[in-house]
Design a binder for this molecule. Structure first.
Ligand code: PAF
Length: 273
């Protein structure tokens, strides 16, 4: 595996691999089994695999956990080696951004849910993802369904800007007890970790109601609220795959999303129905 730090190094790799299929997994590091599953899928489906690790400052709001965000470069390098990554791109902030830069504006549907709580977050996400796409020029790029709104906005950006990239949505990876994997799970203390299980429990109970033909969003939310009554739930939302709120589940076109707070830590989870 080759570690690349500069734009020039990455561009050289991109142009020398022009005739090969390239799978790209952009990350902010602190790699866990969720990232590993994305990398493995990229490895299976492409001739060349590029992973990036960059804690992108423009997607953090003032007061968020940019400085505290877990950084585990050495462990991450070993994980990438083990997953047979060909190139690991680890740029500095000054490599990725000039001082005065106009941020991309994410579309209006980025200002609901996550984008409402974290205004501007998706502008930063799309900015860095577009820069990385331009540099890597991948055949396919892999994103987890856990960040459902991010995934949707990236799919829309690729479509709107005619980028010749296939976006591959990947299933959420969970601990055995149901907790969705996230780099932010390390912030949870023992009690919070235990309480957090109610999130997936609530999602499963909603899915089970849907299995019994209860499609009304209000009934599903009520059930989930009951399961999570001891939690500080920020929102429960039932949306279609374009992130429009819906009153009734449309099978194969719906997502139920939850965000709950545990102290300063926000955990996101969802289920695609
Ligand atoms: O999902 C993430 O880890 C980040 O938002 C991404 C896509 C790597 C952009 O910084």
């Amino acid at each position: 595996m080759k570690i690349l730090k500069t734009i020039e190094e990455l561009q050289e790799v991109t142009s020398s691999n022009k005739t090969k299929t390239t799978g790209f997994v952009p990350t902010m590091g602190a790699l866990h089994d969720g990232h590993i599953s994305l990398i493995k899928q990229a490895r299976n489906e492409n001739e060349v695999v590029v992973v990036s690790i960059f804690v992108n400052p423009t997607q953090f709001l003032p007061g968020e956990d940019l400085d505290a965000y877990p950084r585990r470069d050495e462990a991450d390098k070993k994980i990438c080696e083990m997953c047979k990554v060909d190139y690991l791109f680890m740029p500095d902030i000054s490599t990725m951004y000039t001082e005065e830069e106009v941020l991309i504006k994410a579309p209006n549907n980025s200002y609901v849910l996550e984008g409402k709580t974290r205004p501007g977050h998706f502008d930063g996400v799309l900015q860095v993802v577009l820069k990385l796409f331009n540099l890597v020029q991948p055949t396919r790029a892999y994103f987890g369904k856990k960040d459902a709104q991010q995934l949707t906005l990236i799919q829309q950006m690729v479509k709107n800007l005619f980028l010749p990239i296939e976006i591959v949505p990947c299933e959420i990876v969970r601990e055995k007890d149901g907790l969705a994997l996230s780099s932010r799970n390390v912030y949870l203390d023992e009690t919070q970790r235990k309480d957090a299980l109610l999130i997936s429990k609530a999602l499963y109970s909603a899915a089970s109601l849907v299995g019994k033909s209860e499609l009304k969003a209000s009934a599903l939310k009520e059930k989930m609220q009951e399961v999570m009554q001891t939690l500080d739930v920020e929102y429960i939302a039932v949306v279609d795959r374009n992130f429009n709120e819906i009153e009734k589940i449309e099978l194969k076109n719906s997502i139920i999303l939850v965000v709950a707070r545990f102290g300063n830590t926000r955990l996101l989870d969802n289920i695609w129905l």
